[in-house]
Ligand binder design. Structure first.
Ligand SMILES: NCc1[nH]cc(CCC(=O)O)c1CC(=O)O
Length: 337
């Protein structure tokens, strides 16, 4: 060995770069892979027909009327995406203090579920039961005298969940973070004969600035008074998030979700390790938009970072990712074989 180099003999026996030397070695040692099966595609719904309405704060993403959503979901199913998640942007006139439209059997979200189920029976439909798309104040629950009422909200969310299941929803995903909601939804679904409808808990939903563009997408940004700190988890707290998830597991959650994603990979890992349940991350609107914005400015390679971030969720223990990039990724994966 050339004695002029400072790398000693021991180091020479432990060369990590041997396994990185060629494309074939790198493929042999690759620990995690992103496949189309890992993708859940969130979509935004609007009333009407023939509408595809671009969301300014989320370049490349549009609100769709039910007919257009059906077409898009068909394409998603053809690409092999296993499931979608729907979020309605309903008329302002229908929004009120208690979010009563969430209890209308053929409201926008349920209409979409029924139409999609009929046209695309093989894709999974995940529906959120939080009240924020339906309230005039943009909060996820019932607001009285400046307080979000826990138990009243849970009662309403359970009824909404049963209606969503009646419409054909496969997985109820409550994102409103009220205490006791998972057990209550499970009991409500079972009592209504929906034993096979699953629950994906937004187990650890953090009070986050990353939700900004979503609020534009469903038009709640102008409505929201105050913040959601009295029900979402503080970004400062990891152990509290684990306790919250533990309750959801005890109450009967089938799957757990961490939201937002990238800044919370430690939570993904801890949750997967602690409970071993199927665990998902939601790469939320702000995460999507910041990648898009930087890419549009030519500052980063958007495609590369899309694939990198999603792969990192897999490394962090996630079984899948809700991502607005789902269609782009699925097309890319289909092209690359
Ligand atoms: N129940 C609320 C809800 N459902 C989905 C998102 C965020 C999704 C995203 O940012 O992509 C939020 C957050 C919020 O408005 O506080």
């Amino acid at each position: 060995m050339d004695k002029t180099h400072l790398v000693d003999e021991v180091t020479g026996h432990r060369r990590m770069r041997r396994n990185r030397k060629a494309d074939w070695t790198r493929r042999m040692v690759q620990e995690n892979r992103l496949t189309v099966d890992d993708l859940i595609w969130p979509i935004f719904l609007v009333p009407g027909t023939g509408i595809v309405d671009p969301i300014a704060a989320m370049p490349g993403i549009s609100r769709m009327s039910v007919d257009k959503a059906v077409e898009a979901v068909k394409e998603a199913a053809d690409l092999g995406i296993p499931a979608i998640a729907t979020f309605p942007d309903i008329e302002m006139e229908l929004r009120d203090e208690t979010g009563s439209n969430s209890l209308v059997a053929d409201n926008l979200i349920n209409q979409a579920t029924a139409a999609i189920k009929k046209a695309v029976p093989n894709i999974g439909i995940i529906t959120d039961v939080a009240l924020d798309p339906f309230t005039s104040h943009g909060h996820d629950g019932i607001l009285r005298d400046g307080v979000i009422l826990n138990d009243e909200t849970v009662d309403q969310v359970v009824r909404a969940a049963v209606m969503q299941a009646d419409a054909g929803s496969d997985i109820i995903a409550p994102s409103e973070m009220m205490d006791g909601r998972i057990g209550a939804i499970r009991r409500g679904l079972d009592a209504a004969g929906h034993q096979d409808v699953g629950i994906m808990s937004y187990a650890t939903k953090f009070s986050s600035g990353f939700y900004g563009p979503y609020r534009e997408a469903i038009n709640t940004s102008g409505l929201l008074k105050g913040d959601k700190n009295s029900y979402y988890i503080s970004p400062a707290n990891g152990t509290e998030a684990l306790r919250d998830a533990a309750l959801d597991v005890e109450e009967g959650a089938d799957m757990l979700m961490v939201k937002p994603g990238l800044a919370y990979l430690d939570i993904c890992w801890r949750i997967k390790e602690a409970f071993g349940l199927p665990t998902y991350a939601y790469q939320v609107s702000g995460e999507y938009s910041q990648i898009k914005a930087a890419a549009m400015n030519g500052w980063i390679d958007g495609d590369r970072i899309m694939m990198e971030t999603l792969l990192c969720f897999k490394r962090a223990g996630c079984d899948g990712i809700l991502t607005y990039f789902a269609m782009d990724v699925a097309r890319k994966l289909a092209r690359n074989g």
